[in-house]
Design a protein around this ligand. Structure first.
Ligand code: GLN
Length: 471
């Protein structure tokens, strides 16, 4: 994988061009996508125009921060005039009339949008097997899943179909596929990156994240898209952040929190081996290590799946066959049930049913209100942890990548893949998965770093040094 930063240096030295680099990516898509299935649609003509424009800007000295960066955008992020399907039959032919804020910012910074990446339908899943356009395969070994739900975005970066990609992370959907595909995946603090134009799944958890082959590329992409947006009511008023200026600075004294061994006991032995190697690397970088038991660890998955499904059931009610996308008329002339029965896949239906159940008047207090209370406790626990520590290190997932089909009949086993990631969304803190090692069969294993709210600069600075310490 060649990074955008390396490309940019070569472009400035006139050793390559944006157009030639784009052609390389387009031909990789042509040869590999029929197997990997990372891309739902490809933007050949428009991308070629953008790349030619980028070459002109390099030539006349007006290159912008992402000039010529070839980016894949998860297909639940709105692109004006270009199909945005959410990998669902219900939006199969939906063409938005506006760009998401992140897409506007990509364009304004000179990025070339190569196409739309595959995902689990409406971003619901951990393996990218829930797509109406077929499963995505892991480019490292195509018998394995790439992780989900932003599996197409991660696989596209890993398979060299683009320099970087955007995904969305509601409970780990950027970090998990990054970990499984051997790339970097950042989930910023809730509210840091505008959700305007991101198709809502769990609105209080959703955040747009950045994939790159290096920490530096993910940081570059993050710098370009973060910052206040008046069109997103939950957008943070913090000024736009420029992490690149401090990315390579030497580490200041660092305290890393880790879980007690018993809270890691459920992890696969290969994951634990890589975890301990990573911890040693952090120590060799001078980190002081403290143990912090997550008090509500056993509650994070139930809490997440109550809050996420409750919000999803409400968000997805807009697909009624009248306002958006597909429309099916049943034998009796009825539209909404016919459209939804045919348009949604099995996992989406399962989530809608769970969400409606936990919100129903008889169970609201027992499930939804209770989950909100636990969510606050998880938030408080983070606040306490980050008073003592700068960074929280965990495995990204309890297992290495698993085989296609291995967990599809066991939703609970699938949900447990998110045990280390969902708490960051419930608490709103930023997290990043970086490649940290390999399983004995050569599959990537990523480790996760989390930091306090709005501490992306610190998070990326530590991730950058850790990436180097790995060698
Ligand atoms: N795997 C989790 C879920 O299915 C997370 C998804 C996500 O982050 N979008 O809900």
């Amino acid at each position: 994988m060649k990074s955008y930063s390396a490309f940019r240096t070569a472009r400035i030295a006139n050793e390559t061009s944006c157009s030639a680099t784009l052609e390389h990516f387009l031909s990789t898509i042509e040869s590999k996508n029929p197997t990997i299935n990372a891309m739902i649609s490809v933007n050949n003509d428009e991308a070629r125009k953008q790349a030619a424009e980028s070459d002109k800007r390099f030539a006349d000295g007006s290159a912008r921060p992402l000039e010529g960066m070839v980016v894949a955008v998860k297909d639940n992020i709105s692109t004006k005039g270009q199909r945005t399907t959410c990998a669902s039959k219900i939006l199969e032919n939906f063409v938005p009339i506006y760009d998401a804020t992140v897409v506007e910012r990509l364009k304004a910074n000179g990025a070339v949008i190569v196409g739309k990446a595959n995902l689990d339908e409406f971003a619901m899943g951990s393996s990218n097997e829930n797509s109406a356009f077929g499963a995505v395969r892991n480019p490292v070994n195509t018998d394995y899943v790439p992780g989900g739900s932003s599996g197409g975005s991660a696989a596209a970066v890993a398979a060299e179909m683009c320099h970087t990609a955007l995904g969305s992370d509601t409970g780990g959907s950027v970090r998990l596929p990054a970990s499984f595909c051997g790339v970097v995946g950042l989930k910023p603090t809730y509210g840091r990156v505008s959700r305007y134009g991101l198709v809502a799944y769990g609105s209080s958890l959703d955040q747009i994240g950045q994939f790159g082959s290096t920490v530096e590329d993910a940081a570059l992409l993050y710098d370009a898209v973060n910052g206040f947006d008046e069109r997103d009511a939950t957008s943070s008023h913090h000024a736009q952040q420029h992490t690149l200026t401090s990315l390579k600075e030497p580490l200041s004294p660092l305290t890393v929190a880790v879980l007690p061994e018993e809270q890691l006991a459920g992890c696969d032995a290969e994951v634990l081996r890589v975890y301990h190697q990573t911890l040693e690397r952090l120590k060799s970088l001078g980190a002081q290590v403290i143990t912090h038991a997550m008090q509500y660890m056993s509650a994070v998955i139930p809490t997440y799946y109550i809050v996420a499904t409750a919000e999803a059931s409400s968000n997805l009610s807009r697909y009624d066959g009248v306002r958006y996308g597909a429309r099916k008329i049943g034998a009796d002339g009825e539209v909404t049930t016919a459209t939804r029965s045919e348009g949604f896949g099995a996992e989406v239906k399962r989530r809608i049913m769970i969400g409606n159940y936990v919100l129903s008047s008889g169970y609201y207090d027992a499930y939804y209100t209770k989950a909100l209370k636990v969510r606050r406790l998880i938030y408080n626990d983070y606040k306490e942890m980050f008073q003592k520590a700068d960074i929280f290190l965990t495995p990204n997932a309890p297992t290495p990548p698993f085989k296609i089909g291995e967990k599809t009949s066991d939703p609970l086993a699938m949900y447990l893949e998110d045990i280390f990631t969902v708490s960051a969304n419930l608490g709103g803190v930023p997290g990043i998965s970086i490649p940290a090692g390999k399983s004995s069969s050569g599959l990537p294993i990523g480790m996760q770093l989390q930091a306090n709210h709005f501490a992306e600069e610190k998070l990326l600075n530590v991730a950058y040094h850790l990436e180097r310490a790995k060698g």
